[in-house]
Design a protein around this ligand. Structure first.
Ligand SMILES: Cc1ncc(C[n+]2csc(CCOP(=O)(O)OP(=O)(O)O)c2C)c(N)n1
Length: 320
């Protein structure tokens, strides 16, 4: 990762964190934001992988964290309008932030029933192949989706037809309140796929440069027509599953505090400073600018109207 690449990674990760922090503040102050799932602590994995793509590639996201969407170029105001279910975002208030749909940015959308994304991803990859494009489909997934059957169907076909599909497993320790180790042998989400002959890389999901390099290799492999590849990032869900869940019932407070010491932003910042690539002053300046951007986008979203009859009619028209 060169200097510009590393600074871009840091800026995109900080954008994600600034958004999560701000929304958490608003929720604590009594505002409502349906379906908010904080991605705090996982930015290296989501953003590092997203930035390994080119503009023509496609990305299927999970419900957690928003840095990967912003890294694709989704404006903050559109994201926050979706989060608050207002008009003028990507789904006019009908899909919340769970169903961001911006095909022009390579964001085809997101399913609600876990597992279906794998066969959708394989289908999108097949469509790219048939169209003769060189685009790759990157599909993030968590412990819950990855323990469902469609992953097997999708990978079977993707290997057979050498489809340009890259899977990025977000191993963050939990599926709601279940530990990864109770869902997967040895607590690894991707080891089983080695038997399919699929390249599997297990990386430190809190090291953005390592993630970026591994996903770049996987994307290159898929783009060359050599079939699917998997990158599993080990990270940790610092936030509760949803704000205010009963996390005291399934983990000790010291666990999250321990992982906070491996914070991906702090780690990258320290390396950038050591290399003389980004000073503490430049970081503070960046943080101030991002905070102002998020505040402005929030004000814009709050002022936007919720959907009414015309937006509903337009949606119904799409179904006809
Ligand atoms: C088939 C199906 N079952 C259950 C759900 C409800 N659900 C929403 S989020 C979630 C847990 C997600 O866990 P994981 O995949 O590990 O992602 P994380 O929240 O840890 O990022 C579940 C079970 C769903 N969306 N689809």
């Amino acid at each position: 990762v060169d200097r510009d690449g590393a600074v871009a990674l840091y800026a995109a990760m900080l954008r994600s964190r600034t958004l999560d922090d701000f929304v958490e503040e608003r929720l604590a102050a009594g505002d409502a934001a349906p379906h908010f799932h904080s991605g705090t602590g996982q930015e290296a994995l989501t953003v590092g992988a997203a930035l390994a793509l080119t503009a023509r590639d496609k990305l299927l996201y999970t419900h957690r964290g928003y840095g990967q969407l912003l890294a694709r170029g989704l404006p903050l105001s559109a994201l926050l309008r979706d989060l608050l279910c207002r008009t003028g975002g990507t789904n006019d208030g009908f899909g919340s932030v769970l169903h961001v749909h911006a095909p022009e940015l390579g964001l085809p959308g997101r399913e609600g029933v876990f597992g279906t994304r794998f066969t959708i991803g394989a289908g999108l990859a097949l469509a790219e192949r048939l169209a003769g494009s060189e685009a790759v489909v990157l599909c993030f997934y968590g412990e819950a989706a990855g323990s469902r059957g469609p992953l097997y169907e999708a990978l079977n076909l993707a290997v057979l037809w050498a489809l340009p599909l890259v899977l990025v497993a977000e191993n963050n320790g939990f599926s709601v309140s279940s530990r990864t180790g109770s869902l997967y042998p040895r607590g690894r989400m991707s080891a089983v796929w080695r038997g399919f002959g699929i390249p599997v890389a297990e990386v430190d999901g809190n090291d953005a440069e390592e993630v970026w390099s591994a996903v770049s290799d996987a994307v290159g492999h898929a783009r060359e027509g050599r079939g699917p590849a998997i990158v599993e990032g080990l990270t940790y869900r610092v936030a509760p599953h949803i704000p205010g869940d009963r996390e005291a019932e399934y983990r000790e407070p010291w666990e999250a505090r321990g992982w906070a010491r491996r914070d991906p932003l702090a780690g990258l910042a320290a390396r950038l400073e050591d290399r003389g690539w980004l000073t503490a002053e430049a970081r503070a300046e960046l943080a101030r600018g991002l905070r102002a951007e998020v505040e402005e986008a929030w004000r814009d979203a709050v002022a936007a109207p919720p959907p009414g009859r015309p937006e509903l009619e337009a949606r119904l028209e799409l179904l006809r």
